[in-house]
Design a protein around this ligand. Sequence first.
Ligand SMILES: C[C@H](O)[C@H](O)[C@H]1CNC2=NC(N)=NC(=O)C2=N1
Length: 201
Amino acid sequence: MLAVLHSLRRSTLLPRSIRIRNLRLLSSLASRPFSTSTTALDIVYRRYGSTDAPSRQNPPPTLLPDPVSGWPTPWITAEDIERYMCVLNENGWDIRFSAAHSKPTKSHPSRVVPELFKTYHFANVEFAAKFAEDVKELMTEENHHCVLHVADTQLTIYTHTHSARPALGSKNAPGITLRDVRFAMLVDLLHANGANDTGDS
Ligand SMILES: C[C@H](O)[C@H](O)[C@H]1CNC2=NC(N)=NC(=O)C2=N1
């Protein structure tokens, strides 16, 4: 790494501005511990500064929401979005509005709802299918049910909470709650823990 720094400093091929920017970039990389891959766990820990190796058994105490009890569950608040969504988004989760997975009710046979979703990529169909089975087990453990869409070597997970309500509203309305945030993080931890054997790309 240092050799690269020296060669860049000497190279006159690059305009001075790019040379300096590259040097700053490289020196910052050189000073940081070299990580081979950034998994969900790394991002979570880098953000919260824990040093011990995380695992599903001991997820980061600062970030993973506690299990939520009772229904309807309040929607996530603006503070929740600030605290959780940036990390989830860094880990590949996004939000969309769709009626595809809403649970039909008498008053709403079909309803557009917000849902968290993420697509995982695997080296082959078997790994994708195995991970889908692991996620189904997690659904049972958490008593929280999401939609899995397996397409060849890709697995997309959609989650929202059917029995939910706006934090301060009175009527129930499906939405994204801390149940979904917790579930998404547990799936990422499951994936990060199993990354070596699912061969995900
Ligand atoms: C009675 C049962 O515990 C509830 O219906 C649970 C089951 N799993 C669930 N899963 C999801 N995604 N939303 C819910 O509101 C929900 N409710």
